[in-house]
Structures are given as structure tokens and as C-alpha cells.
Ligand binder design. Structure first.
Ligand code: CUA
Length: 655
């Protein structure tokens, strides 16, 4: 208790220093001077109590997704998605290796960017969270009962899958846009012939409402611009999707200069309902393709990979009323839609002002055909006709905007390193708070829905510098939590994030935690290599393959002594965890294994391959401290020479 109080006091002091820097008067102050804030109280979650929100942060170059609690800023879990994860054996176990299958072969890493939670009726429903792999274009679905990656679909005709993965308001579609335009189909051609010849694919991936299973419904083949970010329309603009573009110049070299020539780029407004009708009535062109669709099954605890051979493409000029361009100043980055669906905000990276488009005005301009020319056959609307308003000189380098559901917007400014709160409709700046340092994304839990929770704002900062104890040249990126429940934002907390969060998604904890799975039922285990009783534990040889059907329960492996394995064999440990209790995994590690450990959840089966290279008697052990006799949870494999005629034998409890 004394320790807890000490921590509380230190937190109060740190928060107090920050508030002094800000020069703000805090409401509800409890102390004097350095203690003149209750920030520490606001982020303190007492031992044994739970946070109010889950926050899922993209891991950027870690390829994963991390789970935090808000307001405490505590990290609870790293969910492996696009990267092999030795901690659990994800991507190393035979069951999960197929998750990394792609048209390029086995790709065990990616750059994960934008998580988004499934919705029903424009509200977060907490069934799944989706995230994009940017480098080798893929979309993953994570089950929020198990917090495990259960599906990864590759995207053909794409490169730098950045304007992804955003969800329509009934999770009809997960949408993914290509950042780099590329030749479609891919072919050997001069790079200088880019302009007019490359294409930008925007993929609309349908989601089965029962199973969550994804499938590419269609790809919209857009002009060869760069598609940066996107968001769905909601409420009144449900049925539309908005994408920011840059490099409408279609430059291919010295991009920092050549792609910033045009005064305005575009936000592409896509009426996906019109295109859906078009393809449902036989529209579109089937094109040969080759992309992986990997699905993990919770009953078999097994992932399978299927190569898909065809994709439906749509030429936007063939679908009247489907796509329009909204001119937007200066290489817009974030493309954000407010909870009412009326306002579409283009965060022009190089613009002094923030541009807000009006959905109503856009429809009006379309209806009255007030076009200002076209680009590759796609009508361009007049900037003045669709402009709702401008936030005048709010800061430098706007990137992303979030919403609190109370008529306010919060924009992050990378260059001026601040978060600016402004009012939708009047465009007046209401508040600004500095961040430490150089904020990229921001997140309000529920901010991507009709009903944001509107209590906290998290700034995901790109630079950390002096915020934490130095850890060599590399520091974890810093996040900062603001209380936004009052008129002024109040900085509450700094906390480190893992990898590089390019976005986050937050949800009220009570929506998720009641559904969280505690263990897998052994009786439901349909893994073909499962061993459902100790009596069935066995070892079988098939040529040079040795299959060990092993079980675990506190605190032994069955069997624990195996003989008759030879150098040159390929040994499969198929391990089933017989525990039927919450939070009792067993681990498995084999000396000299060229992969990782396994961490096997109760009721689950996992398989590790070991190729013994040396004669001897080699131990294995449990890596997860499972009981007072965890250290006794071990066994041996005797490895004989390749030409030995030693028969297989195995045992438990025999001398
Ligand atoms: Cu099982 Cu430690």
C-alpha cells in the first residue's frame, strides 16, 4: 500500500510539472504548487481494478497490434498479426505457418498500420478488429473473443496498402486502398512511362456477418495517383467512401518536389452502393490474379491457405455516379468523416488551413452536374461548391482529425507539435495543447463511429527524446493521454507504445470483456493431431518423419522419455494442453530447435518441428511457470545415429 501511495505521489508530481509548463488552471485541484492537479487520480487504476477502455495500437514495423488499458496506459498484450512471434510460436508452429503464405511465398513480417473495430448500425460492436499490412498488401482480422489473428487476405494489384483498413458502418466492407500505383497487371515496363499507365486499386472486401470471413468483392481501378488514407461515410453519408490522394502529378522521381506541384490534389468520393449494384448485376471484369487467403479455425486450431485465382475489377468510368473528385489543397494526408457524416476533413500536409468538405453540398453539386473538368474520365467538382468551411491557420502540418461526438474535432499537427480542438460548423479554434513531440495520429475511443465515447484523446507521438529514461539510440514512441471531457484538454499521462503506432482504435471495456474467451474446450478440439487422453499419447514413424502425440497437464508431459529418434529425422511434437482452466498455458521448448517455443493454451493443440542434428540425449521443458512443480516439467529425447536400428519407444513414470 505504501508503495502504491508513493507511486501515486510521484505521478501527481510529474503531472504537476507538466501542468506548470502549460500554465493552465486545473479544475478540482487538490494540492498546492507541483500538486495542483488531479491528473494522477484520473489515470490511477487501483490494484485489482480494471481500466475503462481497451485501446488497440498498431505496431507499425513490429507488424503486430498491442492492447492497452485507458486511462492507465498499461500494456496488456501484444497480438501477433503479420510478424512471427516466438513468444507464442505464432508463425513458427505448423498450425500457424500458413497465415504468412502470400503470392511471394512465406512473408513473416509486415508493417501494420490502421486498426479499425467492427460496427453495427454505426456503433462499435466489438466482434473483430481489422488491420492492414502495408508492405506486402494484406488485411488481417483479429477475433476479439480470443484476441487472436484468425484471417489474413492478400490484396492483388496493390502496393503499399496504406489507405486501409477502414470499416463501413455495418461491417459490410473492409476497405483497402493502394498507396503506390503500379502496372495492372504487373509487367516489365519502363518506370518513366508511369504517367497514364499505372493504376491505383481500391479494394472493397466483403465481410460475412456470421463468420467474419473476408472476400474481395471488387477492386476499383483508379488513376495512377497515390491513395493515402480513407474513411467511410457514416449516417447520412453511409454508402460512400472517401480517399485522400497525393501525387496527382503522377511523378515517379524526386517525389518530395515533383509530387507537390499541384495546388490541389483530390479526395476521391466513391459511392460503393452504386458499384455494389453494378457488380451484383453482372458488371465488372474478372481478371486473373494470384493471392493468398489464409484462415485460422478455432475448432481445428489450424490455419489453411488457399490461393485465389481471380479478382473482379471495376473501371470507374463505366459506372455513372460512382466516383467524383473533390479538389483538396496540398497533398492531403488524413481523410476523416465526422460522426454525423456531413463533414469530410482533408488534412493538407502542406496547407496553412484545414479544408472541410460538405457532403450535402457535394450531393447538390453532383445532382446539378456542376463539374470543373475531369481527370481520366472522373468528374471533378468545384472546390467552392463543396467547401463547408475552413479552419484558418490552426497549426502547421495537419495529419489526422478525430471527433468527440459533441460537435468538436481534434486535429494533430506534426510540425507545430500540438493537438488543436476546433468546432465543427463554426470552424473556430477552441483550444490547443502542445505534445511531446511531433504527433502523428490521434485517437478518441469510438472516434470512427457515429457515437464516439468522447472522454479521452490519445496523441501518438513520433519523437520521444527526453520523456523517458534513455535506452540507447532507440526509444519507444511516446503516447500522451488527454482528458477531453471539459472545455479545455488536459494532459494526464505519458506512456510508451511498442513498435510505431500508426493509429489506434479504442472501445469501452465492458463491451469486450464479457465476451473474452477463457480457454478452449478440449472436447471441441478438432485438430487432426490432437491427443484427447493421456492413454492415446504415442510416437509414430513415417519414413524419416517421427510424430510425437504428446499431452500436457500440471506438471508433466506424456510421454516424457522418447527413444528411437535418429539424426536426419524430422520430429513433429504435436502437443495438446489438457488443462481446462483460465490462464494455464504450458510451454514447450526443445534444445537446438531452429524455430521457437510453443505456448499452448488450455484445450489447444500446437505442433513444433525439430530436426535433430547430433547424437545424444536431449532435453525439452515447459517454458511457462505453470505450478510449483513447473521446474519438474521436462523430458528427454534420445537421438541415435542415422544408420541405427533402434526401435521407437516412449514412456512416462517408468524406471
Ligand atoms: Cu507447464 Cu511450466
Amino acid at each position: 500500500m505504501k508503495k502504491a501511495i508513493n507511486i501515486l505521489v510521484s505521478l501527481v508530481m510529474v503531472a504537476g510539472l507538466v501542468s506548470c509548463n502549460n500554465g493552465e488552471n486545473k479544475k478540482g485541484s487538490k494540492g498546492q504548487g507541483g500538486l495542483a492537479t488531479n491528473a494522477a487520480e484520473k489515470v490511477y487504476v487501483a490494484p485489482g481494478e480494471h481500466d475503462e477502455y481497451y485501446a488497440f495500437f498498431s505496431g507499425g514495423y513490429s507488424g503486430n497490434l498491442t492492447v492497452y488499458g485507458l486511462p492507465s496506459g498499461r500494456m496488456f498484450k501484444e497480438i501477433p498479426v503479420f510478424s512471427q512471434f516466438p513468444t507464442s510460436g505464432y508463425g513458427y508452429s505448423e498450425e500457424t505457418k500458413p497465415m504468412f503464405n502470400t503470392s511471394f511465398g512465406f512473408v513473416p513480417w509486415d508493417d501494420s498500420h490502421h486498426p479499425d473495430i467492427s460496427q453495427t448500425g454505426g456503433k462499435l460492436d466489438g466482434r473483430w478488429i481489422f488491420i492492414n499490412g502495408n508492405n506486402t498488401p494484406r488485411i488481417a482480422r483479429i477475433d476479439l473473443e480470443t484476441f487472436e489473428t484468425v484471417e489474413i487476405i492478400e490484396l492483388p494489384n496493390s502496393a503499399g496498402n496504406h489507405s486501409s483498413s477502414f470499416i463501413t458502418e455495418n461491417t459490410e466492407y473492409v476497405v483497402a486502398g493502394t498507396r503506390f500505383s503500379v502496372p495492372v497487371p504487373q509487367r516489365d515496363m519502363p518506370i518513366k512511362d508511369y504517367k497514364g499507365n499505372f493504376k491505383g486499386a481500391l479494394s472493397f472486401i466483403s465481410v460475412d456477418q456470421e463468420t467474419g470471413r473476408m472476400g474481395i468483392k471488387f477492386q476499383l481501378m483508379m488513376p495512377g495517383f497515390n491513395y493515402d488514407l480513407s474513411h467511410p461515410g457514416r449516417d447520412k453519408s453511409h454508402g460512400w467512401f472517401f480517399f485522400t490522394t497525393y501525387n496527382t502529378e503522377e511523378a515517379n522521381t524526386l517525389m518530395e518536389v515533383n509530387s507537390s506541384q499541384n495546388d490541389k490534389d483530390f479526395i476521391a468520393a466513391v459511392n460503393w452502393k452504386v458499384i455494389e449494384d453494378y457488380v451484383n448485376n453482372g458488371g465488372g471484369t474478372k481478371m486473373p490474379a494470384n493471392y493468398a487467403h489464409n484462415v485460422y479455425d478455432h475448432d481445428t486450431h489450424l490455419a489453411t491457405s488457399t490461393m485465389e485465382k481471380e479478382v473482379l475489377t471495376v473501371d470507374p468510368t463505366k459506372v455513372p455516379g460512382a466516383v467524383f473528385f473533390l479538389p483538396t489543397p496540398k497533398s492531403p494526408h488524413g481523410c476523416d468523416v465526422d460522426p454525423t457524416g456531413e463533414y469530410i476533413i482533408g488534412n493538407g500536409k502542406l496547407s496553412a488551413d484545414l479544408t472541410v468538405h460538405s457532403f450535402t453540398k457535394m450531393l447538390d453539386a453532383i445532382e446539378n452536374k456542376k463539374f470543373d473538368g475531369e481527370a481520366y474520365g472522373i468528374p471533378i467538382l468545384k472546390f467552392e461548391d463543396v467547401l463547408a468551411g475552413t479552419v484558418k491557420q490552426p497549426g502547421l502540418g495537419p495529419l489526422h482529425t478525430e471527433f468527440d461526438g459533441k460537435g468538436n474535432a481534434y486535429t494533430t499537427f506534426f510540425i507545430s507539435s500540438e493537438v488543436v480542438k476546433w468546432k465543427l460548423g463554426t470552424w473556430e479554434v477552441l483550444d490547443r495543447q502542445p505534445v511531446f513531440y511531433s504527433v502523428g495520429h490521434g485517437m478518441i475511443p469510438g472516434g470512427n463511429s457515429r457515437e464516439p465515447f468522447g472522454k479521452y484523446f490519445v496523441a501518438m507521438n513520433k519523437i520521444t527524446k527526453d520523456r523517458y529514461l534513455p535506452t540507447g539510440p532507440e526509444l519507444e514512441h511516446s503516447a500522451q493521454l488527454f482528458d477531453i471531457s471539459g472545455d479545455k484538454m488536459e494532459l494526464l499521462l505519458d506512456f510508451p507504445t511498442h513498435g510505431e503506432p500508426h493509429y489506434a482504435a479504442g472501445i469501452r471495456a465492458d463491451i469486450l470483456k464479457k465476451n473474452s474467451k477463457q480457454f478452449y474446450k478440449l472436447a471441441d478440439n478438432k485438430n487432426p493431431y490432437a491427443t484427447l487422453s493421456e492413454a492415446d499419447a504415442r510416437v509414430e514413424r513415417k519414413g524419416n518423419e517421427v510424430h510425437i502425440y504428446m499431452t500436457t497437464i500440471r506438471s508433466h508431459f506424456t510421454p516424457d522419455n522418447i527413444e528411437g529418434v535418429k539424426v536426419g529425422d524430422k520430429v513433429f511434437f504435436h502437443i495438446t494442453n489438457h488443462e481446462q482452466d483460465f490462464d494455464v498455458p504450458h510451454g514447450f521448448a526443445m534444445i537446438g530447435a531452429n524455430n521457437a517455443e510453443l505456448l499452448i493454451m488450455p484445450g489447444q493443440t500446437k505442433t513444433l518441428v525439430w530436426e535433430p542434428k547430433q547424437v545424444g540425449v536431449w532435453p525439452f521443458y515447459c517454458t511457462d511457470f505453470c505450478s510449483a512443480l513447473h521446474q519438474e516439467m521436462q523430458g528427454y529425447v534420445r537421438v541415435s545415429p542415422a544408420n541405427s536400428n533402434m526401435e521407437l519407444s516412449w514412456s512416462l513414470g517408468e524406471d
